[in-house]
Write a protein that binds this ligand. Structure first.
Ligand code: ATP
Length: 352
């Protein structure tokens, strides 16, 4: 396995405050790796250490097997695309993309060839002479990426580059970025607080919380098997319950549900259930399925998906249930009693 980036027990301290706490991970060459976490968890600090704008307090950081200790940003084989893109507004597209190559004093012919090739790759042929102020948000985004990739970095670091775009364009750019990365093959390390961006685009995602990694995994595994309660709550939608007791393979929740979950070798405190894991169709007939009595509070129809907001009976706790795409819900009404089932494998339990 060839790793383009290896991070071993890297810590960053600002005075007494530790922003990144002994983080270790490797990134495969040519991969799309995202670091996902909430505001202030240390994502940008980690990115700045990779790019060389911030020193590493402890630990080791290698790019293509070479230690980056003491190597300044301009000598590292990495480039960054910032959220504000930092394009030169008075220059046209071509000049923006050529800028870094000209600074390297490459022959004019090589600069022209590489700029032309890169503009083709990002789909900006015909836009060469336009000023960046005349472009759409998505086109500007592509200029910023082209400007970085034309320098042929080993790693492209992307610091929430879609954050400033409106929702529709963001959805579109997610797909474009993923396709572009696959085509070009440069390793992308993408930081974001938006779990949907991370899940859609990445080969691997690291979920970060308070300066540490909670889990590094494929998007599918993160969603299906969250390693910690933080990940279960942060990635995707979940119903969260407090567990008040666990005995003889049965969980008791603080809102009175009793659910069979044999085989736990720890005392669980938190339970998470995905909205789509509930079974509505004759759950009482299925093996290993626990039943929960609820009452429908609201039917939430939003076009492609329908969800039910229900109240767990004998409590005031709400849960969210996703209906299967082709489910018929004409016979469901606000206020109806509804018994739902949940398979024991879909009860995700954590000790804290
Ligand atoms: P956001 O998504 O809001 O940008 P982030 O995950 O990128 O957040 P960082 O910018 O890495 O978070 O900051 C992590 C923590 O380190 C924060 O508590 C921040 O206040 C602190 N921090 C960052 N830079 C410095 C600095 N130069 N001096 C002191 N503290 C800092």
């Amino acid at each position: 396995m060839s790793y383009v980036l290896e991070i071993n027990n890297v810590t960053k301290k600002f005075g007494d405050f530790t922003a990144v706490k002994s983080v270790s991970f490797n990134v495969e060459d040519g991969g799309f790796f995202s670091i996902l976490g909430g505001s202030g968890c240390g994502k940008t600090t980690l990115l700045r250490m990779i790019s060389g704008f911030e020193d590493v307090t402890e630990g080791e950081l290698l790019i293509r097997g070479e230690s980056m200790a003491g190597i300044p940003p301009e000598r590292r084989p990495v480039n960054i695309v910032f959220q504000n893109l930092a394009l030169f507004p008075m220059m046209n597209v071509e000049k923006n993309v050529a800028f870094g190559l000209q600074r390297q004093k490459l022959p004019k012919k090589e600069v022209n060839n590489r700029v032309t090739e890169m503009l083709e790759r990002v789909g900006l042929v015909g836009f060469e002479k336009k000023k960046v102020t005349e472009l759409s948000g998505g086109q500007r985004q592509r200029v910023a990426i082209a400007r970085s990739l034309v320098l042929r970095p080993s790693i492209l670091l992307l610091d929430e580059p879609l954050g400033a775009l409106d929702r529709k364009l963001r959805e579109h750019m997610k797909i474009e970025l993923k396709v572009l990365q696959r085509e070009i093959g440069t390793t992308f390390i993408y930081i974001t607080h938006d779990q949907s961006e991370a899940l859609v685009m990445s080969d691997h995602v690291a979920v970060m919380n308070e300066g540490q990694f909670e889990q590094i995994d494929t998007p599918k595994n993160l969603y299906k098997n969250p390693a910690t309660s933080f990940v279960a709550g942060f990635v995707g939608e979940s119903n969260e319950f407090n567990i008040t007791g666990y005995a003889d393979g049965e969980l008791t929740t603080d809102n009175g549900c009793k659910l069979v979950k044999p085989g736990l070798d720890f005392q669980p405190k938190k339970l998470f259930i995905r909205p789509e894991a509930f079974i509505l169709d004759s759950p009482e007939t299925l093996p290993d399925v626990a039943l929960i009595n609820t009452r429908i509070r609201n039917i939430l129809f939003d076009g492609a998906n329908t969800k039910l907001s229900v109240v767990v009976k004998e409590s005031s706790d709400e849960m969210l249930i996703s209906l299967p795409q082709n489910a018929k819900f004409d016979n469901l009404h606000d206020g109806d009693d509804l018994q739902v089932g949940i398979h024991q494998d879909d009860l995700k339990c954590y000790k804290n």
